[in-house]
Design a protein around this ligand. Structure first.
Ligand code: ZN
Ligand code: ZN
Length: 155
């Protein structure tokens, strides 16, 4: 098993969308390769969490990713990002990987964000389920604008 398989098989989690709707959020991969990035998104596209996995990852890596792909939500402070290390014994895969194997994950939970009261049109991070891109929209809208793209199609 390589890291990507381990992430997909053992770190995949689903949960209820929080702070947006009663739907279930599922894990969607945004990047695979040298590092892997996933997010938890509900059917309406609201993103509850963004997670970056790599052999070595620190909060700055995820901050950079969020600034590049979700800059419109404003700067994400280092204190909003948690880093955890997952070990084989913790994932139940002892004996299937090298003893010193570990996956580091940095995650940002959108709910931690201090929002101005419960303004329904505050900016929130969404995932477009059509083009798999993150975008920022008022919480009560969540519609990705594809204006300006030929045929309204995908990239
Ligand atoms: Zn939702
Ligand atoms: Zn889109």
């Amino acid at each position: 098993m390589d890291s990507q398989q381990i992430i997909e098989n053992y770190l995949k989690s689903d949960g209820r969308c929080y702070g947006h709707c009663d739907g279930m959020a599922e894990m969607v991969f945004l990047e695979k390769g040298r590092r892997t990035v996933s997010c938890m998104a509900c059917p309406g596209g609201y993103v509850s969490r963004v997670v970056m996995y790599a052999p070595e990852v620190d909060p700055a890596d995820l901050q950079e990713f969020l600034a590049a792909s979700a800059g419109a939500i404003g700067p994400v402070g280092e204190e909003e990002i948690r880093v955890a290390t997952r070990h084989p014994w913790d994932l139940g895969i002892e004996g299937q990987v090298k003893e010193d194997f570990a996956i580091r994950q940095a995650y940002w939970t959108q709910n931690y964000r201090k929002t101005k009261a419960d303004n329904p049109s505050r900016k929130a991070l969404f995932l477009c389920r059509d083009c798999n891109e993150l975008f920022v929209s008022p919480l009560n809208e969540g519609v990705h604008s594809h204006a300006g793209q030929a045929n309204g199609g995908r990239r």
